[in-house]
Design a protein. Structure first.
Lengths: 532, 150
């Protein structure tokens, strides 16, 4: 506990955001001279004033905790055990971070759902008690302090600036931290999707909000007993791509403030239907500009309608080539189509596993590639020639949703630690809690749909406080913006109190115009800024 | 479009390998309590790894469930073991999570490292680190299957 108290007290002097917010403290478990205590000199960067590597790590870590503390409300301290010591690593790859809840509880005082597990932090916040006991951590969040060294993903390492502005090759610590600790705060289930097994045959609150639209079943409403049916349902649902969604009302209510227009692919001509597709990890992203046109079945001279593993011999120039999966790498097929002049390529699955994600890497592939299911591939072939395909944008629907509910990540093969406990990668713009932490995230000021999910599992949102004046307005707006960051920016840029009030008032007015706050809430914010 | 779960289970032809039942009723052991909490230990028979659950396979010819042959059973166990490793879960031989039953009815479990979300990274040829919770970045059997390349 001493470490936690010392660390919290030290940083409170230089980070004003922590005043009045939920108390999320650090339990620094690093030994002297390493991790958080690394004395290697460092140059202040991106708003991080630390002069040693250890100081910068601690400041960035503390800043991230303060951001979460200003987002979620808890009347009891939330303790995060942190380390920046080494994790498993090789020169080319390794573990960047590990995080999660340390304890789970069910049927605690005030538990909204009986017979459901809750992570320690949210259970503490709901009950107003330190259920695990004072001084025991609620969350573990360890980061690999060796990143960038010759033996651990050699090259640029962590970026400890507080502005989400890393140099090329660096990994933005703040984004990663906000993502990882969100898991510990509750963006996490406790079921093994590969087996369907839960602890004590009991579901958790995350499962209570996980809905399979195809089966019409929430993950917590099946019979949890050793019958085998529950585990089978979860195993199947976990890979039911596109049909597993978050059913909580707050995420659904805020989705329109965060997500862009729906993006889809459909075939027209002799076949008219929407196509479920998988994206590729190589080539150009599929967009209306990069993907579309007449479909031609690729002929590699070996087998018409075949696998495209040899150079294509038929005329696909200016067309979209369709080839089958199998026999060679996806990148080889895409490159053969590209070399033959195709503008894009469709790879039809040769197994009944849906529209899979296409892995692989070849920087010389520049055309867009997608996958379709074996069934859709067969339908296109049967209707060809005369089938065209187009990538379209539907402004009446939201990207990353199904039936207006936000999709969870459910790839065709279970990826433990990734499946379900993230939003789907089809969301646009990218979300903080997608499994791939994208470089365009701005977690220093916006948490998109993550606070809403926290509400759905039982958290209350922290209110915005300005100079100890409680505005009564949730600090996290419906679009994920943290208003406290705007206030901080106003405080940093204003030369006198009047300009500060004017700046905050303008920010509040902008939020009102965007439909994020009401006129009354705008007034409350302005009043607090003025010191009334 | 909605199917009932039972209806689905009756027609899950695409599911070739599936656990259909757990082992016998779990052995519940008493253990030393802390903080006056009653403590029970989940035996490995009903631990989440489920490695000892009864197994069945759907016969591709008849479509009916049957007991797996030794080769199929070995393949299933290998898959489970790989899946557990991918999440960092302990093997079946490792200790199972201990559930404490408190006097007020609350249950608690101290989670092991297998429940930590692990973020992996690898540096691409362009110098950018690709970050993902997907275990495709892990060097495991399961990882290789996560995002196929052909």
């Amino acid at each position: 506990m001493n470490n936690y108290k010392i660390a919290a007290a030290t940083i409170a002097l230089c980070v004003s955001m922590s005043a009045g917010a939920a108390d999320i403290g650090i339990l620094n478990v690093d030994a002297p001279g390493i991790g958080f205590n690394d004395p290697t000199p460092a140059t202040p960067v991106g708003g991080n004033a630390g002069n040693t590597v250890g100081e910068q790590r601690l400041i960035a870590y503390r800043r991230a905790l303060d951001l979460w503390g200003a987002t979620l409300k808890s009347d009891v301290p939330i303790l995060v055990q942190g380390s920046f010591a080494g994790l498993n690593c090789t020169p080319t790859g390794g573990t960047l971070a590990q995080a999660g809840a340390t304890f789970i509880f069910s049927d605690f005082p005030g538990a909204p759902l009986a017979g459901h597990w809750y992570g320690s932090a949210v259970a503490d916040a709901i009950s107003g008690m330190e259920l695990a006991g004072a001084g025991l951590p609620d969350i573990v969040a360890n980061f690999n302090g060796n990143i960038g060294q010759p033996n651990c993903i050699a090259g640029p390492g962590w970026y400890y600036g507080l502005d989400n502005n890393p140099a090329t090759g660096q990994t933005d610590f703040l984004n990663v931290f906000m993502h990882e600790v969100a898991h510990g705060l509750g963006f996490q289930n406790f079921v093994n999707e590969a087996t369907g097994a839960t602890i004590q045959d009991m579901p958790d609150v995350y499962m209570a909000n996980t809905l399979d639209l195809q089966f019409g079943e929430l993950w917590n409403t099946t019979v949890f007993e050793p019958s085998g049916q529950t585990s089978l349902f979860i195993r199947i649902s976990a890979t039911n791509t596109g049909n597993v969604v978050w059913a909580g009302p707050n995420v659904s209510a805020n989705a329109a403030q965060v997500l862009g227009d729906f993006q889809g692919i459909r075939v027209i001509g002799t076949l008219n239907q929407d196509i479920v597709f998988g994206t590729a990890g190589f080539g150009a992203p599929a967009t209306p500009e990069t993907f579309g046109g007449e479909i031609v079945i690729g002929d590699d001279g070996v087998n018409v309608g075949g696998d495209g593993c040899e150079p294509l011999v038929n005329d696909v120039a200016g067309k979209v080539a369709l080839v089958d999966r199998g026999a060679c790498a996806f990148t080889v097929k895409a490159k053969n189509a590209q070399d033959a002049g195709a503008t894009a390529v469709i790879i039809a699955n040769n197994q009944a596993t849906g529209a899979i994600g296409l892995g692989g890497s070849d920087p010389t592939v520049t055309i867009a590639a997608i996958s379709v299911s074996i069934e859709d591939g067969a339908a296109i072939k049967a209707a060809s020639p005369g089938v065209s395909i187009e990538f379209y944008i539907d402004p009446t629907r939201l990207a990353g949703t199904n039936q207006n509910l936000v999709r969870l990540y459910a790839p065709a093969a279970v990826a433990l630690g990734s499946s379900i406990s993230h939003y789907d990668t089809v969301a646009t713009p990218n979300l903080l809690m997608e499994p791939f932490i994208n470089g365009d995230l701005r977690a220093s000021s916006n948490l998109d749909l993550t606070p809403a999910l926290m509400q759905d599992i039982g958290w209350n949102l922290e209110t915005l406080k300005i100079n100890s004046c409680d505005t009564g307005v949730a600090n996290a707006l419906a679009n994920g913006d943290l208003f406290s960051v705007k206030v901080e920016a106003c405080a940093a840029g204003a030369t006198n109190h009047g300009k500060f009030v004017s700046c905050v008032s303008k920010a509040a007015n902008d939020a009102k115009k965007a439909g994020l706050i009401s006129g009354q809430q705008k007034g409350a914010i302005t009043s607090c800024a003025a010191g009334n | 479009m909605n199917k009932s779960l039972l209806g689905f289970l009756a027609t899950a032809g695409a599911m070739v390998i599936a656990p259909v039942a757990f082992a016998d009723e779990a052995e519940i052991k008493s253990a030393t309590a802390q903080d006056n909490a009653d403590t029970v230990e989940i035996s490995k028979d009903n631990a989440p790894a489920m490695s000892n659950s009864l197994r069945a396979v759907r016969d591709e010819k008849t479509g009916k469930l049957r007991a797996p042959n030794p080769a199929e059973l070995r393949k299933m166990e290998e898959a489970d073991d790989a899946a557990s490793k991918a999440r960092g879960a302990p093997s079946a031989a490792a200790s199972a999570p201990v559930v404490k039953r408190h006097s007020d009815g609350m249950l608690s479990v101290e989670l092991g490292p297998e429940y930590l979300m692990s973020l992996e990274g690898k540096r691409n040829d362009d110098g950018v680190i690709e970050r993902s919770h997907d275990t495709e970045l892990n060097e495991t059997t399961v990882a290789d299957d996560e995002l196929p390349t052909e």
